[in-house]
Structures are given as C-alpha cells and as structure tokens.
Ligand binder design. Structure first.
Ligand SMILES: Cc1cc2nc3c(=O)[nH]c(=O)nc-3n(C[C@H](O)[C@H](O)[C@H](O)COP(=O)(O)OP(=O)(O)OC[C@H]3O[C@@H](n4cnc5c(N)ncnc54)[C@H](O)[C@@H]3O)c2cc1C
Length: 494
C-alpha cells in the first residue's frame, strides 16, 4: 500500500461518511471541500432504517437519532386534503434495529458527521480547496487542487468523487449522466413555526394532478412543503399570498416563518461509469433520484458503505483489484430500481389529470384494505443486490438470503446485550466477511472468514436471527462487512 491517503472530494453527507468508514478500516483520508463553510440550508429530510445502519457503521447513529424524529408513515391525500390512504411505519426499532423511517434536518446530520470527522484520527478535512484535475499512474493518483495560494498537486492512493450533482470528478474521468426519466421543477418551501403545527408526524402526499404537493414536519420547529411548479411559473408567482395560503392550508402562512422558498429541478439520472482505475464516484455524483421515496442521500450512503470495505481490502493487499469491479456492478442496478420506484410513485400519485384523480381514489381504497398490499407500501426494505461474484444466489437458501441485509436484533454476548452489527464489527476486525451459524436453540456462532480466531458465541435473545435462517432453510450465512449476505449455507436434510 502506498503511504498516500485516500482523497475524498466533497464534504457533503456522502463524503464525510466515506471518510469515517475508511478511517475505521485503518486508512488515512484527506477530505477536500471547495466551500469554506458547510452548506447551511436543508435538503434531504428522510432516512430509512437500512441507511441508519450505515451511520451506525460510521459511529454516528446515536447522535443522529437524538437529532431526528421517527417517521409515522405516509398519508396520501386528495386535492382538499381528505385522507385517501395511510401507510404506517413503526416508530420503534424494526428488523434493522432502528426506526423504519426518520426525519432529519440535513445540516444537523452534516454537523454530526463533520464533528466526528474532525475528531477521528487519520481524517484531515480541508475546506476552501477545489479539485480541478486528476492524473493517474501505476502507484495512485495526483490530484490537482486550487485554493487561495494557487494550484498544487496532492498524492492519493485512490480518489472518491463525492462532489455532488455537478461533479468535477465525474467530468474528469469522462463519465456522463444518463437520463432515466423527465426532469421536474418543484417549489421547495422550508418553514419554522414557534408553536407546534397540528400535523400528523409523517409524510403527506397531495395526489392532485393539478397541484401535486408534499408536506411533513421535519424536526423541532422545522416543516417542509414541496409542490410541482407549472411550466413557465416563477418562484414569485408560486408564492403569492393566495397561493401560499392554499399550499399551507389549514396552516396560516402569517403564523409561521418562511425560511426559504426556492425552485429545485428534481432529476432521475445515473452515471454511465462509476470507476476509472483508482478513481470512484459515489452519492449524487453517481446518481440523482426524484424525492418521492426520499432515497437520494440514502443511495449515496449505501454506495460508500460497500466501497469503503472493498477499497480498504484492495489497498491493504487483502483482495485483488477485481473486487472493485463489483462496486458499480452491484450498486448501479440497486440505484436504478429505487430511482425507478420514485419515478413510478411520482407518476402514480400525481399524474393523469382528473381521470387519474378518480382512478387513484378507487385503487387506493382497495390497497388500504388488502393487508399484503398495505405491507408492501409500509415496508422499508429495499431490493436485494443482484447475483455476482460477491452475491452467490444458488439453491433455495441462497435465493432467499443472498444479496439481502442480515437483520439487526439485539443479541447477548458474554452476558451483555448489544446490537448485532456492533458484534459483527468486533468479529470482522479487518476480515472481509464473517460466518453466522446456528448452534442450538436460539444460540449462534460467529467467526471471521480467513482469520484464525476463536468462534464467538451469540445468544439470539428474541430468536430473530434463528427464525430468519430457519425460514430460508439455511443453517448459516456468510455476511460481508456491509451487512449484505454473500452466500447462504443450506440446512442438511435428515
Ligand atoms: C429539496 C431536496 C430534498 C431532498 N430530499 C431527500 C430526502 O428526503 N432523502 C434523501 O435521501 N435525499 C434527499 N435529497 C437528496 C440529498 O440532499 C442529496 O442526495 C445529498 O445531499 C447528496 O449528498 P452528496 O454528499 O452526494 O452531495 P452534496 O451534498 O451535494 O455534497 C457535495 C460536496 O462536494 C463539494 N464539491 C463539489 N465540487 C467540488 C470540487 N471540485 N472540489 C471540492 N469540493 C467539491 C460541494 O461543495 C459539496 O459540499 C433531497 C435533495 C433536495 C434538493
């Protein structure tokens, strides 16, 4: 391994998380951020429980939880705000060990991540420095940066382009965005209210094809409204007193503070190339999602969770370079599915004119009454990763488990109750996987792959992991550092 650090371009949520994850795997990281100060305005407001596990792996989930609000679910409303359907999410910890959905103020999340980065040995954050060029050779990458003192070059073992939608790194590696759907202009309105507003603590989607809108209480005194703008409309036209009163109803616009009203163009795009040698794209630099399933940032955090262990394994000589080929191969199809779901939901909830409004009422009345359909709408689980060298989906057990996340219940180790992922990290300690195996009634063992260390006995207090394995006819599972099942061990007959 060269002594040079991994350079992370961009101190947004994805870059900061990447730095924390890489540092936990023993790598030195240099974050290069062009802005002198963090971006102060809200953007993302929703995180699901799978993504909370990434924050847990980065060591910040507890702090983020304290600054977030559990998400009660999704209410679909008609044009006069009558409830068409309601899909509840459980506020208490679910299968992933965290609330199924949480609201968060993105600057709060970034503050927690930045504080963690500043106090993590091996991570250096430089602000007011812009990346303008890259040159690769056999030993790594020379990164050209510009700051107040002019241009200079920094050596890097690898570069992560976490530099957002307008990514310079993407352009420098000759990668281009591919459109997956039409762009959509929305008004985004951030509001603070000194008195709590009488709103249900979940996301509301106004399914009115003439004026589709979304609103939600974020955290503390913060609220968010978003509504689709009509062609040619300006922000001033969309926020006249009459229009604001209609959008915020029944809330009185005079009783709240409008923090900002801004136009955003939501795009559905995926980069055609996520890697060139030792340079990688992650987060908005690699994909952009419309907001309907609240996954834009979540996709980026998933990217760096798997990229961090793969890159660390290759840079420390534990794995061959081909492991890095599986990064885009695994992440791109997953991102495409979730962006596709966001596009589809957006169309279903907001398009089709008056006929669409009538159809929606009928379909939603049925969906609401059919438990299986309602479960689909309320489950936060995202699709499994596709089959590949790192996801071996063979046999019945493999088809059920490989590519999915292992559940995260509380387990008992040496008489102490702990979260399963924390136990997994302790066992992994640099290994690129661990084998979880049934060992008796609600007892399991965990051992690292390729390391000569004793088995760890894990008591499955509530039987969640035991039922998960037995339900798939498996006696064990090989789990990757990003909590994804690489392969299942089938149960022997007889
Ligand atoms: C209105 C709105 C609502 C949203 N709602 C949600 C939601 O509910 N849930 C969700 O998951 N996502 C949501 N998103 C998306 C989410 O905000 C983004 O996906 C997320 O911010 C992307 O993080 P990132 O770190 O990839 O990029 P960014 O946050 O854009 O950070 C990139 C960083 O790179 C820096 N940079 C750029 N170029 C250079 C360079 N050449 N050199 C050095 N630094 C550079 C930038 O200054 C910036 O700090 C929403 C977005 C918007 C706009």
């Amino acid at each position: 391994m060269s002594g040079a650090p991994v350079v992370v371009v961009g101190a947004g949520p994805v870059g900061l998380t990447a730095a924390l994850l890489l540092a936990r795997r023993g790598l030195d990281v240099l974050i290069v951020e062009k802005h002198a100060e963090p971006y102060p305005l809200p953007r993302a407001v929703h995180l699901d429980d799978e993504v909370f596990r990434v924050l847990q792996a980065a060591g910040v989930a507890g702090e983020v939880l304290e600054r977030s609000r559990p998400f009660a679910g999704l209410r679909l409303l008609d044009g006069v705000h009558r409830v068409l359907a309601e899909f509840r999410r459980r506020p208490e910890a679910g299968i992933n060990g965290w609330p199924q959905g949480s609201f968060v103020h993105q600057p709060d999340l970034e503050e927690v991540l930045a504080e963690a980065a500043a106090s993590t040995p091996g991570v250096t954050v430089t602000r007011g420095v812009e990346v303008t060029g890259l040159r690769q050779d056999d030993d790594g990458v020379s990164v050209v940066v510009r700051d107040g003192g002019g241009e200079r070059s920094v050596r890097a073992a690898a570069v992560l382009g976490c530099d957002g939608a307008g990514s310079t790194v993407r352009k420098l590696i000759g990668s281009s965005m591919r459109e997956l759907g039409p762009a959509d202009r929305w008004l985004v309105l951030d509001v603070r209210s000194p008195a709590p507003l009488p709103v249900w603590p979940g996301a509301h989607q106004v399914c009115d094809s003439r004026r589709p809108a979304t609103f939600m209480p974020v955290t503390g005194d913060r609220y968010r409204w978003e509504c689709r703008m009509v062609p040619g409309e300006t922000v001033a036209e969309a926020t006249t007193p009459v229009r604001l009163a209609a959008l915020l109803a029944p809330v009185d616009p005079h009783a709240v503070e409008i923090v900002r009203a801004v136009e955003y163009t939501f795009r559905a795009q995926v980069a055609d190339r996520w890697r060139a040698g030792r340079v990688f794209l992650a987060g908005d630099a690699a994909h952009l999602s419309p907001p309907f399933v609240g996954q834009g940032m979540g996709l980026g955090l998933r990217d760096v969770h798997q990229l961090a262990w793969k890159l660390a394994a290759v840079l420390t000589g534990e794995a061959g370079d081909d492991l890095l080929d599986s990064y885009q191969a695994e992440r791109e199809p997953h991102a495409r599915v979730l962006i596709g779901v966001a596009l589809l939901l957006g169309r279903l909830m907001t398009r089709g004119g008056r006929a669409g409004d009538v159809l929606r009422r009928g379909v939603l009345a049925v969906v609401r009454r059919v438990p299986a359909a309602a479960r689909l709408a309320t489950d936060s689980r995202t699709p499994p990763l596709e089959r590949g060298p790192q996801v071996q989906r063979s046999g019945r057990a493999g088809r059920r488990l490989a590519g999915t996340l292992v559940p995260q219940p509380d387990v008992i180790v040496d008489g102490r109750r702990c979260r399963f992922d924390d136990v997994l990290d302790q066992v992994l300690d640099g290994a690129d996987g661990a084998v979880l195996a049934l060992a008796g009634p609600d007892d399991l063992t965990l051992r690292p792959v390729g390391r000569d260390r004793p088995l760890l006995r894990v008591h499955d207090g509530d039987g969640v992991l035991t039922r998960w394995l037995e339900g798939a006819s498996a006696s064990g599972a090989r789990i990757r550092p990003d909590r994804i099942v690489r392969a299942a061990v089938p149960r022997r007959r007889g």
